[in-house]
Design a protein around this ligand. Structure first.
Ligand SMILES: Nc1ncnc2c1ncn2[C@@H]1O[C@H](COP(=O)(O)OP(=O)(O)OP(=O)(O)O)[C@@H](O)[C@H]1O
Length: 230
């Protein structure tokens, strides 16, 4: 489905990604872990064209994306739930959703988003800035779904949420996976991410230092690579 091969990305002279390769298979969740500043967001931004890589390939269902502008990458089926949610505080929930709605036969509609998130329907006319963190995250996911992605990139969706809201986000991601959506999830919340993962990647200083299944990502490896207690 999504294949990232040997990405090298720079900010000016700073070489940030040193040959990152990863895959997201059909209807599966790959997670990308790593401590702060290791290059997770840069990887996501390189895939979606916000920070184009200097070399390497991003291939979605056989088509190369890495030379295309980000609006076209989005049109070709890569959705983004950005870090920090980035909703419009002065637009209502419905207006926020309308900013990305792209009509596709059989695809996501605003009504389907309201079925997935009944809470957003209740708050349809509320301003984005007046929503709770959890509601804003639902809105951000809803907006990304309305672009009808084949693969969804989620950058730290649990950031700043209460444990109860994190559970809700986990359930939503599980539901989306069951509906056939492929996802790449960047997370600091390792236990939450492992609950969802089919495949695990760990980044360290812009290099993939672990590439294996969730079962292979043992507590010892987890401890060694992330300096977390197992
Ligand atoms: N716009 C930028 N200009 C220059 N350097 C940047 C820029 N954005 C990020 N960096 C640097 O690139 C490196 C990777 O950052 P990135 O945000 O991709 O890491 P991350 O793993 O997502 O971390 P976090 O979990 O803190 O978001 C860091 O050293 C960071 O300081």
């Amino acid at each position: 489905m999504l294949e990232v091969k040997d990405l090298h990305t720079y900010y000016g002279e700073s070489h940030i990604l040193h040959g990152v390769s990863l895959q997201v298979k059909e209807s599966s969740v790959s997670i990308l872990l790593g401590r702060n500043g290791m290059g997770k967001t840069t990887t996501i931004h390189s895939i979606i064209g916000l920070v184009p890589p200097k070399s390497g390939q991003v291939i979605l269902s056989g088509e190369e994306l890495q030379t295309k502008p980000s609006y076209q990458i989005s049109k070709m089926g890569v959705g983004l739930v950005p870090q920090g949610r980035r909703i419009f505080p002065n637009l209502t929930v419905k207006e926020n959703l309308l900013t990305t709605h792209r009509s596709v036969k059989g695809g996501w509609t605003i009504n389907k988003i309201f079925e997935l998130f009944p809470r957003l329907k209740e708050r349809e006319t509320s301003m984005g800035g007046n929503l709770s963190g959890g509601e804003q995250q639902m809105l951000s996911i809803g907006r990304a779904l309305l672009t009808n992605p084949k693969v969804l990139l989620l950058d730290e969706p649990s950031e700043g949420l209460s444990p109860i809201m994190v559970k809700e986000v986990v359930n939503i991601i599980k539901q989306l996976k069951m509906s056939g959506l492929s996802m790449l999830l960047v997370e600091q919340n390792v236990s939450m991410a492992l609950e969802l993962a089919d495949h695990v990647y760990v980044l360290n200083k812009g290099k993939v230092v672990f590439d294996g299944t969730a079962e292979e990502f043992s507590p010892t490896i987890r401890h060694d690579l992330l300096s977390l207690s197992s």
